[in-house]
Design a protein around this ligand. Structure first.
Ligand SMILES: Cc1cc2nc3c(=O)[nH]c(=O)nc-3n(C[C@H](O)[C@H](O)[C@H](O)COP(=O)(O)O)c2cc1C
Length: 401
């Protein structure tokens, strides 16, 4: 049974949330055992406005939930903030239930995308950056927020409600047990923020500089934001400033004090032996160590790795040599870090080889191009010898000094 919520957020603004516990890999990439929610919004003033929607598989359910509050035929406007199908997938069926009466509002790119994604041509009006649509009791102010998450993405500010409907920005993974931030305990909130960090870096990490720019732009509008209503996860009506400052921190990769993420592969145990020495030393120094091992018995979720990289002070990569190159899973991980979490953090690379190879250089090249600073490399042949063990012990101190 799919769980849904319809609730009055503030004034005449409703949230319509559906809990997706079915999607195993969001965007077919990110493992989300924690699930995800899709949040659409409905404003019932002198005009009825629907903001976004749900994934297509929940279209009928959305129409059902909408019908509890209004007749879908009475929707006057549908604001499409973003065309990714987790928000826009329900558009064709909602428009059908609405008998195509509503005017779709969006960025100029949205018109063509609606047609090419769904083969429909609804009534469409372009909104320009900064446009205000006066609807009597309420007014909608639109702001372009390019690359948060696609080029066509916009957000809406409702002045009379001091509310920002922010689409992907300020969202998070997981299925919070409540709708609003101030209904969770501080432990639950802190767990949610971990999921939100994972969401930011996996979904918008490639465009993280736009997060900072987008937030600066919203601040420059000088508007009072009491409620932040994103398309995924918690709505913020207790402390919206928390999620704003967290988003800036994550986009900048601000490190937690003394947190190190260790990522390694080991086919037969020698890299692991070396890594264990460093972990032991780091632990003695009281460092918070997150370890992700690609071995014959373990495959970490790549989204979790990226999430921990985001707020680490430094990284350690342990890699074996495989067919003249770095082990493929570590190459993939390094490329994902470069694509999604390109920060300027220190990295140490520990490489094992049997007879020779390019593994250290390969990983160094990928990470330095992305902005990382490789401060130390340790290479050893076969099993780590005593000299290597001494170097590994020294590495922990070098990394955190
Ligand atoms: C399938 C396979 C391919 C390998 N290819 C190379 C190679 O191209 N060059 C090299 O120097 N060592 C190669 N090695 C040797 C390993 O890199 C070396 O034994 C290393 O110590 C493995 O670390 P591990 O024990 O943590 O798996 C290969 C090993 C395996 C099992």
């Amino acid at each position: 049974m799919v769980k849904t919520y319809v609730d009055k957020v503030i004034g005449d603004l409703y949230v319509l949330r559906v809990d997706d516990e079915e999607t195993k890999y969001f965007e077919s990439l990110w493992y989300i055992p924690e699930g995800i929610t899709y949040n659409a919004y409905l404003l019932i003033g002198d005009k009825v406005v629907l903001f976004d929607g749900w994934k297509s598989r929940y279209s009928d359910l959305l129409i059902n939930e909408l019908s509890k509050v209004i007749d879908p035929k009475d929707i006057d406007y549908i604001v499409v903030h973003h065309m990714e199908q987790d928000h826009s997938g329900s558009l064709p069926k909602v428009l059908k239930a609405n008998e195509f009466r509503a005017m779709v509002l969006g960025h100029p790119m949205v018109r063509g995308m609606v047609e090419s994604f769904y083969g429909i041509k609804p009534k469409f009006r372009v909104v320009k950056d900064g446009d205000v649509l006066d609807l009597g009791k309420y007014s909608l102010r639109f702001a372009y927020t390019p690359w948060l998450h696609w080029p066509e993405t916009i957000v809406t500010y409702i002045k009379e409600l001091s509310t920002l409907i922010s689409c992907d920005v300020f969202g998070g993974y997981s299925i919070p047990k409540a709708l609003y931030d101030n209904e969770l305990t501080s432990d639950e909130l802190s767990k949610y923020l971990d999921y939100a960090r994972k969401y930011v870096i996996t979904v918008v990490g490639h465009y993280k500089d736009y997060i900072v720019k987008g937030i600066e732009k919203l601040r420059s509008l000088n508007v009072d934001i009491k409620v932040i209503a994103p398309a995924h996860g918690l709505l913020w009506r207790g402390s919206p400033e928390v999620i704003v400052s967290k988003y800036v921190e994550w986009a900048r990769g601000v490190p937690k004090d003394r947190k190190v993420t260790v990522i390694y592969d080991s086919m037969y145990g020698y890299v692991e032996e070396a890594i264990k020495v460093v972990i032991e030393e780091l632990s003695k120094l009281g460092i918070d160590v997150k370890v992700y091992a690609f071995t014959e018995n373990s495959r970490p979720a790549i989204g979790d790795v990226l999430s921990d990289v985001t707020d680490s002070s430094s990284l350690i990569i342990g890699v074996s040599t495989y067919e003249g190159e770095a082990f493929p899973e570590i190459v993939r991980m390094a490329n994902l870090i470069a694509m999604k979490a390109a920060f300027s953090k220190p990295v140490a690379i520990i490489t094992a080889y049997g007879w020779g190879g390019m593994a250290t250089k390969q990983i160094t090249d990928i990470l330095t191009k992305a902005g990382y600073e490789v401060i130390k490399t340790i290479e050893f042949k076969g099993k780590p010898d005593e000299q290597t063990i001494r170097e590994l012990r020294g590495l922990a101190k070098e990394l955190v000094s």
